[in-house]
Design a protein around this ligand. Structure first.
Ligand SMILES: NC(=O)c1ccc[n+]([C@@H]2O[C@H](COP(=O)([O-])OP(=O)(O)OC[C@H]3O[C@@H](n4cnc5c(N)ncnc54)[C@H](OP(=O)(O)O)[C@@H]3O)[C@@H](O)[C@H]2O)c1
Length: 307
C-alpha cells in the first residue's frame, strides 16, 4: 500500500474568534474525475472567511477556510482535458488555506503571466462586481453610480471601463488609488455622509450594509437601482422611494470568464493590500481583514514561495 502523502491545512473545529484557527496535518486530497489538484502558492483572504469562522452560517466541521487562490496544477482527474500538470492557475478554489486544494476545472483559469500568484489570488471580487453591476444591475455608459465600500477596487474599475460616472466612498487615504482606478469623484465616509452630497443617481452598489445601505435608497433617482452585497435590501422601502432594490451577490461562471478576459489583457488591475507570509499567519490575516486594516485591496496568505 502506498503511504499517504501529508500536507498542512488550516482549519477551525468550532466557531469563534481567530484563535479557533489551527494548523492540522492531513492526507493529501486526490482529484475525482472532474477535478484538478492545485498546489496553493497564494490564497486570498476574504470577509466571508472570518464570517464563517464566527458561525455566520453552519458549515461542516472541521472546516478549512478560503474561497480563492492561485497555484500550480499537480494532478488531474481522468476526465479533465483542458489543463495540464504544471500549469499556473488561479480562480475560485474552496478550502484554499492549505498546501493543496481541489478545484473544478471550470472555476480556474490560466494565471496571466504578468501577475504574481499573490495578485492572481486577489481577484475574486471582480467576479462579484461584474455579476452585480452588469448581470443584475445592467449598468451602462453614461449612468451615474455610487459605490459604497469602494476599497474592494474591482467595482470602480469595471464601472469606469463601461463608461459610467463613478462616485466612490472610502477613507481619504485611499482616494489616490481609487482615482487611479477610475473613480471620478470620491467621498470620505468618515467625514461626509454621502446622502448630503449626492442625489439622482442611476445605481448604488452597497458593499457596506447597515446604516450605509439604509441611506442608499434616497440618493437614487426614480427608477434607479440599488444593488446590495452585504445584506438583503428592503422591497417596501424601495417601493416607497420608487426604486428597484436587488441582491447583487450573484456569481456565475460567465462573470468570471469576463473578468478573466480583462485580466489577461491587463485591462483590470488586482490590488494587494497586505501579504501574510505563511499559513501559520492565517489568524493574523483574518484579524487584519476583520478590523479593516489600513489600505486598499485584498489581503493574501502566501502559502508557498512564488517560484
Ligand atoms: N454577497 C457577495 O457575494 C459578496 C461578495 C464579496 C463581498 N461581500 C461583502 O462585502 C463586504 C466588503 O467586502 P470586501 O471584500 O470589499 O471587504 P474589504 O476588502 O475588507 O473592504 C472593506 C472596506 O469597506 C470600507 N468601509 C467600511 N465602512 C465603510 C463605510 N461606512 N462607507 C464606505 N466604505 C466603508 C473600508 O474602506 P476604507 O479602507 O476606505 O476605510 C474597508 O476597507 C463584506 O461584508 C463582504 O462579506 C459580499
Amino acid at each position: 500500500m502506498k503511504p499517504a502523502l501529508l500536507q498542512q491545512v488550516v482549519r477551525f473545529h468550532g466557531y469563534g474568534g481567530a484563535d479557533r484557527l489551527v494548523t492540522d496535518t492531513m492526507a493529501c486530497p486526490e482529484p475525482a474525475e472532474q477535478e484538478v489538484l492545485v498546489r496553493i502558492i497564494a490564497a486570498g483572504v476574504n470577509p466571508i472567511d472570518w464570517k464563517l469562522r464566527e458561525g455566520f452560517k453552519q458549515v461542516l466541521l472541521p472546516y478549512t477556510p478560503g474561497v480563492e487562490a492561485a497555484g500550480i496544477i499537480t494532478a488531474l482527474g481522468q476526465a479533465v482535458q483542458d489543463f495540464e500538470v504544471g500549469q499556473a492557475v488561479y480562480g475560485a478554489i474552496d478550502h484554499s488555506y492549505a498546501e493543496l486544494a481541489i478545484a473544478r476545472p471550470e472555476s480556474v483559469f490560466l494565471k496571466p503571466a504578468h501577475l504574481s500568484f499573490a495578485e492572481a489570488a486577489a481577484v475574486g471580487g471582480g467576479k462579484t462586481a461584474w455579476g452585480a453591476l452588469f448581470e443584475v444591475g445592467h449598468l451602462r455608459k453614461g449612468q451615474r453610480i455610487l459605490i459604497n465600500g469602494a476599497a474592494g477596487v474591482f467595482a470602480v474599475q469595471l464601472a469606469h471601463l463601461v463608461g459610467a460616472h463613478v462616485i466612490a466612498t472610502a477613507s481619504a487615504e485611499n482616494f489616490a488609488t481609487l482615482k487611479s482606478l477610475g473613480a471620478d469623484e470620491v467621498i470620505d465616509y468618515k467625514t461626509t455622509p454621502f446622502e448630503r452630497v449626492v442625489r439622482d443617481l442611476d445605481v448604488v452598489l452597497d458593499a457596506v450594509g447597515g446604516q450605509t445601505l439604509e441611506a442608499s435608497y434616497q440618493v437614487l433617482k426614480a427608477g434607479g437601482t440599488l444593488l446590495a452585497l452585504v445584506e438583503p435590501p428592503k422591497t417596501e422601502k424601495a417601493a416607497h422611494f420608487g426604486v428597484s432594490a436587488l441582491w447583487g451577490g450573484t456569481k456565475t461562471s460567465s462573470s468570471m470568464r469576463e473578468v478573466d478576459a480583462l485580466l489577461q489583457r491587463g485591462a483590470l488591475r488586482p490590488v494587494v493590500r497586505k501579504v501574510f507570509s505563511s499559513l501559520a499567519q492565517a489568524a493574523q490575516a483574518q484579524d487584519y481583514s476583520q478590523k479593516g486594516g489600513q489600505g486598499i485591496g485584498k489581503i493574501v496568505l502566501q502559502v508557498a514561495a512564488e517560484s
